[in-house]
Design a protein around this ligand. Structure first.
Ligand code: SF4
Length: 227
């Protein structure tokens, strides 16, 4: 059965109303997902970096199925730096795009060993020099492993919800991140990223969002809202 169109929600008209609306969104996300965090299992920053590279075009669930055996087989950065691309690709085959991912992981391990003394670096500038680590990956690792609010993670969920909530009109993830960083207080960047990803998985799903259960309904005027 086709979804019914949603009731009309008034758009904020003044700067004060826009600020109040952001506050409402943050409070609702806070109530919904008070302790949201990264779903990728890891024990340290290096494992999180590997898991995040593996999660491209793959579910966190699948990555979490692959990584326990992977980290048993290659317990250190050194082990990943020494393995052949062919062998590592075979180990991570089920996550998809395994050749590229293996190349990135081995390249990341070698760079971390040669430039950063074997430790994942703690700044965005340094992270962006690591193979396989663009802003999204860097934000996941810096925010979750180090508690550094380097930016906001813009994955497919954040991209979709930010547009639905009219927090951005952009489509490019880097531009969306800039808009979000302007609107969301810095001390909420890390939690906000995880909350948006959780919201995209549970209620604000890509097809037929579950707006009737969503506490953001009163401030959301997305075109594809359902009742
Ligand atoms: S009301 Fe619907 S479209 Fe808006 S944020 Fe909630 S689930 Fe997403």
């Amino acid at each position: 059965m086709p979804a019914k169109p949603a009731a009309k929600v008034r758009r904020p008209r003044t700067a004060a109303e826009r600020t109040e609306r952001i506050q409402t969104i943050l409070e609702a996300l806070g109530r919904l997902y008070p302790a949201a965090t990264c779903a990728l299992r890891h024990e340290d920053a290096w494992q999180l970096l590997v898991a995040t590279i593996l999660s491209a075009q793959c579910t966190d669930k699948r990555v979490n199925e692959v990584t326990p055996a992977l980290f048993r087989k290659y317990p250190t950065v050194l082990d990943f730096a020494a393995v052949s691309q062919e062998e590592l690709a075979g180990d991570i085959r089920s996550t998809g795009f395994f050749n590229n991912k293996a190349k990135s992981i081995i390249g990341a391990a070698r760079r971390i060993l040669s430039e950063f003394g074997g430790k994942v670096p703690g700044t965005m500038e340094e992270m962006l020099t690591i193979p396989g680590a663009a802003r999204k990956t860097a934000n996941v690792v810096l925010g979750t492993a180090f508690g550094v609010p380097s930016g906001i993670v813009v994955d497919t969920h954040v991209q979709r919800i930010a547009r639905r909530l009219d927090l951005t009109q952009e489509e490019d993830p880097v531009k969306i991140e800039k808009d979000l960083m302007r609107l969301i207080p810095e001390d909420r960047w890390i939690l906000f990223s995880h909350q948006m990803i959780h919201h995209g998985r549970s209620l604000c799903v890509a097809r037929k969002p579950r707006c009737f259960e969503c506490p953001l309904n009163m401030v959301c005027y997305a075109k594809d809202k359902t009742m």
